[in-house]
Design a protein around this ligand. Structure first.
Ligand SMILES: [Zn+2]
Length: 133
């Protein structure tokens, strides 16, 4: 319950802040591209922190920055989903390889692992599996 109240207060503070520093002429504001670069973490260092200081006293910039931040988080979520999908594909492929190749051939590899030229050839299969990770 206390959490919800705190959340409400924070929301209120945020809304107050967003209207507390109106800057309709956008005096001294960076352009949208700069704000976007900062939100996406592409602009770092002193320059970025200078702009961040500006955001703290400029409602329009803060609003824009918050918007880009949301976009950034969406992109990151999509990328994470993509990574998960790729991992699933790899897992399926590894499973398929394990069934198709190592199910039977794996026993041969195990049997001849340390001696023949053939084992070296087959071990490339293992290498692919390991390298995928
Ligand atoms: Zn500004």
């Amino acid at each position: 319950m206390a959490d919800k109240q705190e959340e409400k207060l924070r929301q209120l503070a945020k809304e107050l802040f967003l209207n507390e520093y109106p800057n309709p002429e956008r005096k001294g504001c960076p352009d949208s591209q700069t704000i976007r670069a900062i939100a996406f973490g592409k602009l770092r260092g002193e320059q970025a922190s200078e702009w961040r200081t500006h955001f703290a006293t400029c409602s329009p910039c803060t609003r824009e920055y918050a918007g880009f931040r949301q976009e950034f988080q969406r992109v990151k979520r999509l990328q994470a989903l993509g990574a998960i999908a790729a991992a699933v594909v790899l897992a399926v492929m590894a499973g398929w390889l394990a069934l198709g190749k190592f199910g039977f051939a794996g026993r041969i590899i195990a049997a001849s692992q340390s001696r023949s030229e053939r084992a070296r050839g087959l071990s490339r299969g293992w290498g692919t599996k390991g390298g995928a990770a």
